[in-house]
Write a protein that binds this ligand. Sequence first.
Ligand SMILES: C[S@@+](CC[C@H](N)C(=O)[O-])C[C@H]1O[C@@H](n2cnc3c(N)ncnc32)[C@H](O)[C@@H]1O
Length: 244
Amino acid sequence: MSTPLTDYLVTARTFEEYLEMFALDLPTLAGQRVLDCPGGAASFAADGRRHGVRVTALDPAYALAPGDLAVRALDDVRTGADHVAGSLEAYDWSSFGSPEAHRAARTAAAGRFALDLRRRPGDYVAGSLPDTGLPAESFDLVLSSHLLFTYADRLDAAFHRAAVRELLRVLRPGGELRVFPLVDLRAHRPDLVDEVVADVRSSGTAAAEAPVRYRFQRGADSMLLLRKGVSAPSGCAGPRHAAS
Ligand SMILES: C[S@@+](CC[C@H](N)C(=O)[O-])C[C@H]1O[C@@H](n2cnc3c(N)ncnc32)[C@H](O)[C@@H]1O
C-alpha cells in the first residue's frame, strides 16, 4: 500500500521536540547510530550531529531536489501552523507558549534541515517504508515520529505491521524502536497499536507503552517502546501499561 507524497505534511519538528517525544537522554545518545524514519524536514539529524549523534534520516520526500524540498518544507510549516492556529483547543500550549512561537520554532527547524541536507546529502536517504533498502542491524536506535498511527486513516494494518517489522530489521539486537504518537490525526488511539504490539511480540520483541513529557497534540502523551531480542524493555521512564 502506498500513497502519494502530497497526502502527508513534510513537517519540521525540532531537536528538542524529538528529545521529549521519545524520552531521550542526550548524554547517552552521543555516539549512537540513530535512524529517523520518517525524517521529514525535522532538524533532528542536523542538530543531533552537534551533540555527537550519528543520525541517518529516511523519507520519500528526499527524492525531491534539495531546493524544491526546502520550499516544500516551508510551505508545509505554513500549512501546519495555519491549521494549528485554527484549532487552538486541540493543542496543549504549555510547551510552545503560543501559535507564533510554534510557527517560529518549526520555521527555524526547516531552515536548519535544508542547510544540512545540502551539506550532508549522504545522511538523508530517499526511501519508503515498508522497504527501506537499508542494511540489517545497522542502527542502535530507531525513531519514528508522526507517520505510523498518525495516518491510520490512510495506512492500513498490513502496512503498519510490515513497517514496524522493517524498522526492527534494521535495528541491532537489543536496540530500541520508539514510535510516537499513539493517536491518529483526530486524537483517537487506533486499534492498530494493539495489533502491532501483538505482531511484534509473536516474533520475540518486547513491547511497552511509556509516558513522555512532550505535550502538543492533545491525547499524544505516550510512545511505543519496542526492544529487539530481549524480554523486557528499559532505558526510559518506566512503562505505564502494556499496550495489549
Ligand atoms: C508528518 S511528517 C513527520 C516528519 C518528522 N518525523 C517530524 O516529526 O517532523 C510525515 C512524513 O512521512 C513521510 N512518509 C510518507 N510516506 C512514507 C513512507 N511510506 N515511508 C516513510 N516515510 C513516509 C512524508 O514524506 C512526511 O515527511
